[in-house]
Design a protein around this ligand. Structure first.
Ligand SMILES: Nc1ncnc2c1ncn2[C@@H]1O[C@H](COP(=O)(O)OP(=O)(O)OP(=O)(O)O)[C@@H](O)[C@H]1O
Length: 257
C-alpha cells in the first residue's frame, strides 16, 4: 500500500530539548487525520518535518511513497495564524498567488496569467472571490482562515496540512471550515493539528496523539488511559479545549470557565 505520509523512526531535538522521539506514523491516502496533544507536545514540529522545513536528527520521511524531496510539491500547508501585521499592504489575491511561487519569493514578481487564473479559481471554490482585492488585515478571522486554506490549495496538493485552523475563529466559522475540509477530503488527504475534540469526533476519521512520543494512532475515540498518558489529565478536561490553557494545573482550582 502507498501511504500519503510515512514517518519512520523520526527524532527531532532543539539543542537539549527532545521535541519528537522515535515517531513511526503511516497515514493512509484519503485519511482525515486529527493530531492532538498538549501544548509543546511537538505537533507543529511534526508538521514541519512532513513539510521538509525541519530536518530530523534521525529517521526518514516518505510522501506518497517517495522521498520528500521528490514529492514536496504534493503538500499544501495552512500555517497557524499567530501574530501578523494587520497593516501589511497585501491583498487576498496576492496572499494566494504567493503560494504559486513555490517558495521563490521575489519582489515585484509578475505572475503568469495561469497562476492568476488558478488562484482566482481556488478563491471562487471557497466563495472568497469577491474579497480578492481586500487587504488581508481587513478580513474577519473566519475569512482570513479560509484565505489561508485557499493559499494551501493553490499549489494543487494531494495532501493538505493544517495547523490549528480554527484556533482564532468563532463557532459558526469553525463548522464552516470543517465542512469545507470534509468536502476537500473527498479528493485529498487532510491532516489537522487541533485542540478541538468536538470537531475530531464529528468530522475526523482517525486520530493521532502526540506528546514527544506518538501514544496513539487510529480510532478517534480515545480510551481514558491513553488520554491520561498523553495529557496527564482526564478526558473530560481536554474535551473542553486546551487543557493547560483553560484549566489550572492539576490540584489547583480552575481559573477560567
Ligand atoms: N525553533 C525552536 N527552537 C527551540 N525550541 C523549539 C523550537 N520550536 C519549538 N520548540 C520547542 O519544541 C517543543 C515542541 O514545540 P511545538 O511547537 O512543535 O509544539 P506544539 O505541540 O505544536 O505546541 P502548541 O500546541 O503550543 O502549538 C516545545 O517545547 C517548543 O518550545
Amino acid at each position: 500500500m502507498t501511504y500519503a505520509v510515512e514517518l519512520e523512526d523520526i527524532s527531532v531535538n532543539y539543542g537539549e530539548l527532545e521535541a519528537l522521539k522515535n515517531i513511526n506514523l503511516k497515514v493512509e491516502e484519503g485519511a482525515f487525520l486529527g493530531i492532538i496533544g498538549p501544548n509543546g507536545g511537538g505537533k507543529t514540529t511534526l508538521l514541519k518535518v512532513i513539510l521538509g522545513l525541519i530536518e530530523p536528527q534521525k529517521g526518514t520521511v516518505k510522501v506518497l511513497g517517495y522521498p520528500l524531496n521528490e514529492t514536496i510539491d504534493q503538500i499544501g500547508y495552512v500555517p497557524q495564524i499567530s501574530n501578523f501585521d494587520r497593516n501589511f499592504p497585501i491583498s487576498v489575491l496576492d496572499v494566494v498567488l504567493m503560494a504559486r511561487l513555490g517558495g521563490r519569493v521575489r519582489f515585484f514578481h509578475q505572475y503568469h496569467k495561469e497562476d492568476v487564473k488558478k488562484a482566482e479559481a481556488v478563491l471562487d471554490q471557497l466563495n472568497l472571490l469577491h474579497l480578492k482585492k481586500r487587504q488581508i488585515g481587513k478580513l474577519s478571522g473566519g475569512q482570513l482562515q479560509r484565505v489561508l486554506i485557499a493559499r494551501g490549495l493553490a499549489v494543487e496538493p494531494k495532501i493538505l496540512l493544517l495547523d490549528e485552523p480554527t484556533a482564532s475563529v468563532d463557532a459558526s466559522s469553525t463548522s464552516q471550515i470543517y465542512e469545507l475540509l470534509k468536502e476537500l477530503n473527498k479528493e485529498k488527504t487532510i491532516i489537522v493539528v487541533t485542540h478541538d475534540m468536538a470537531a475530531v469526533s464529528s468530522y475526523f476519521d482517525s486520530l493521532a496523539c502526540l506528546n514527544e512520543k506518538l501514544y496513539h494512532h487510529g480510532d478517534k475515540h480515545l480510551d481514558p488511559e491513553t488520554t491520561e498518558q498523553v495529557f496527564g489529565c482526564p478526558v473530560d478536561l481536554i474535551a473542553h479545549g486546551h487543557p493547560h490553557h483553560v484549566f489550572a494545573p492539576h490540584g489547583e482550582e480552575a481559573k477560567n470557565d
